[in-house]
Design a protein. Structure first.
Ligand SMILES: C[S@@+](CC[C@H](N)C(=O)[O-])C[C@H]1O[C@@H](n2cnc3c(N)ncnc32)[C@H](O)[C@@H]1O
Length: 280
């Protein structure tokens, strides 16, 4: 895996150089682990042989809304254009796990929290996580990874292969590709879920793109499919968005009504996770 960097790791190294230091502790994987680097006249030398030139370090700090890979002595932005959806996707750094920007919109909460804490809050609403879990929208795989820690199996669906390309470059998504109990499916969740067995999941995480990007993932017909594959006693978490925003509160009432119509017995607001939990 190449080195992955953002302004969060590089700013302190520029300060260390300016202070006259010749070595420093940093991270080569967006803060997951630490490593020691050498600072010399030309740039930053990593113990695995890669070199980041000072002019490239300055470029990373200047472009603080995207993460970069470093291979050899070349940097590249982690950004792709999707032929499937025509969406531009990029890996957006935070002080913790990065999020993915899809057409400029972050896929996780970053205000007053961070993408990893956001993920833990979502998954906690349907604890205990057990049995088989369906994750309707893979994204960076964070919900799938956290669910897989205690689930027997997680089946996760992603429409856009370009999304998985970004996830592959993200050190925080590594378990998505390495955990044996995560099964990845590529396609539209609305087409794949009808092919899955009835009552075959104990938990569902539904963390779709916003309503304007994927309206059919908020439809009563789709919710009927979620209800069908959920086993007796099962729980569904549905992310919606800030319940205090006009958009969030309007969407929440419509979603609650359609979930009831689709056969869920009880639907409970979970504002701490910006969503709802529906019980089979
Ligand atoms: C909000 S993100 C999911 C974030 C994810 N839960 C995580 O923890 O990283 C939504 C994802 O759903 C994908 N998506 C959009 N439409 C979809 C569909 N019809 N079926 C499956 N995935 C879809 C998008 O490409 C995007 O990557």
């Amino acid at each position: 895996m190449p080195i992955v960097l953002s302004h969060v790791q590089i700013e302190p190294l520029l300060r260390a150089r300016d202070a006259g230091d010749t070595s420093a502790t940093t991270s080569a994987d967006l803060g997951r682990t630490e490593t020691r680097v050498t600072l010399d006249d030309e740039g930053i030398l990593y113990p695995t042989g890669e070199r980041l030139r000072w002019e490239d370090a300055a470029r990373i700090v200047k472009n603080n809304s995207v993460c970069f890979t470093l291979s050899g002595d070349e940097i590249a932005e982690i950004r792709v254009f999707s032929q499937t959806t025509n969406w531009v996707r990029s890996l957006y750094p935070t002080q913790s796990a990065p999020t993915m920007l899809v057409s400029g919109v972050p896929m996780h909460r970053i205000k007053d929290t961070d993408p990893w804490r956001d993920t833990l809050a979502k998954v906690k609403t349907i604890a205990p996580i057990m049995g088989r879990v369906l994750d309707t929208a893979t994204g960076l795989g964070y919900t799938a990874i956290v669910a897989a820690e205690t689930a027997a199996e997680v089946v996760t669906i992603e429409l856009d292969p370009a999304g998985l390309e970004i996830a592959r470059a993200n050190p925080w998504s590594r378990d998505l590709f390495e955990r044996a109990n995560i099964q990845q499916l590529i396609g539209d969740a609305a087409e794949i879920i009808p092919t899955l067995d009835a009552a075959s999941f104990a938990r569902i995480v539904h963390d779709p793109p916003q309503l304007s990007l994927a309206g059919h993932l908020y439809s009563e017909e789709f919710y009927r499919e979620l209800r069908r594959v959920l086993a007796r006693g099962g729980r569904l978490f549905h992310y919606i968005g800030d319940p205090n925003s006009p958009f969030g509160s309007r969407t929440t009432s419509g979603v609650m009504r359609r979930l009831h119509n689709a056969g869920f017995a009880r639907v409970v607001r979970r504002p701490e996770a910006f969503g709802l939990v529906a019980y089979a």
